[in-house]
Design a protein around this ligand. Structure first.
Ligand code: UT7
Length: 323
């Protein structure tokens, strides 16, 4: 059986760090409120010369180096982002050009905070369908460009960054002991589209717009949606929650992460949380967290890892993989 195996992981963060204390000088908020309600202590913010394409390129290069591969080895680039450099062409194509790749194909995928989980699952289908042998899956965002910096209910929550993995086709036994992607589940429900959205776009206002969110409403749905899709993914993969070595959730809010893990009976020691350092980086949050946990030696080859995300749309999803 062909499976998509992770060969390398990497990430990139903007140089500038913005602390809660600095935010408290900009809007009516406090370090105490932000930490208590979200677990966020700081976030990275892109400077003028740092874009979704440049951060995505840096994360891609780091993942390729970790895999011991070069851009020549890649057939497909999927970039998960809601903050592309331009309305078109796809920013993935710009990253392809920046990497010096003149072969293969590249496209962007837009599922907001669930983008990376969606992209991994789509990459897996391209690999198992025989379209591509090696895929670069990137999550890169510059949400700072679409924030309303006078709105304290949103501007304290988000940050910029990028993460990437390289997936490669490998022949396996077809058991749960295989390395690679074992199961995925994706969901969306557009009836919730007004709870987390950007109030502009090419076909409506002709402007980029700003992020708007009914935070409490999103929070209310998050834990139920996450646990539902995680349970479905574990069941499709033929494993139990106790088999998991690592739970790597979307990093929106530490309270959502803790409540989801608790509801599913996942021990806190198995949860990778990086939201305190990065804030919510949307599609970049899961690959950034993976990159941190691999670099510090927590996630090792052969570990059973569950990634999940939930965000605007709503969209949500999960992928079970053996690292
Ligand atoms: O990645 C996509 C998914 N997004 C999410 O998962 C976000 C989900 N939502 C959340 O994480 C939380 O709902 C928030 C962190 C956004 C807000 O936390 P909350 O506990 O739901 O707070 P709240 O919205 O109920 O607001 C509580 C109070 C309000 O004041 P009143 O009405 O009680 O007087 C807000 O006006 O906190 C006030 N508030 C703030 N105070 C200080 C809202 N934002 C701030 C702020 N600083 N930045």
């Amino acid at each position: 059986m062909i499976r998509s195996q992770v060969m390398g992981v990497g990430s990139a963060l903007p140089r500038r760090v913005l602390t809660n204390a600095e935010l408290a000088l900009m809007v009516d908020t406090s370090d105490e409120w932000i930490v208590q309600r979200t677990g966020i202590k700081q976030r990275h913010i892109a400077s003028e010369d740092e874009t979704t394409a440049s951060l995505g390129e840096a994360a891609a290069r780091a993942a390729l180096a970790h895999a011991g591969l070069s851009p020549d080895d890649i057939d497909l680039i999927i970039l998960a982002t809601s903050t592309p450099n331009n309305t078109f062409p796809a920013t993935s194509v710009e990253i392809q050009q920046r990497l010096g790749m003149r072969h293969g194909y590249a496209f962007d995928l837009q599922a907001v905070c669930s983008g990376f989980v969606y992209a991994v699952s789509v990459a897996d289908l391209h690999i198992r369908g025989g379209m591509a042998k090696r895929v670069l899956v990137i999550g890169a965002e510059t949400f700072s460009r679409i924030l309303d910096w006078s709105d304290r209910t949103t501007c304290v929550l988000f940050g910029d960054g990028a993460g990437a993995i390289v997936l490669e086709a490998a022949e396996t036994e077809g058991t749960t002991a295989d390395r690679g992607i074992l199961a995925s589940a994706l969901r969306s429900d557009g009836t919730h589209k007004d709870k987390l959205f950007v109030d502009g776009g090419p076909s409506t206002t002709g402007t980029v717009g700003h992020l708007r969110m009914e935070g409490r409403e999103v929070f209310k749905h998050a834990v139920g949606m996450i646990t539902d899709v995680v349970t479905a993914t574990l069941s499709a993969g033929g494993v139990s929650v106790d088999d998991l070595d690592w739970f790597v959730p979307h990093q929106a809010n530490l309270r959502i992460i803790d409540a989801s893990a608790k509801k599913m009976g996942i021990a806190p020691s198995k949860v990778v949380a990086t939201v305190s350092d990065h804030g919510n980086t949307s599609a970049a949050s899961v690959p950034l967290a993976l990159s941190v946990a691999v670099a510090d030696g927590r996630i090792r080859k052969g570990d059973l890892v569950l990634i999940e995300a939930m965000g605007g749309g709503f969209t949500w999803g999960a992928v079970l993989l053996r690292w």
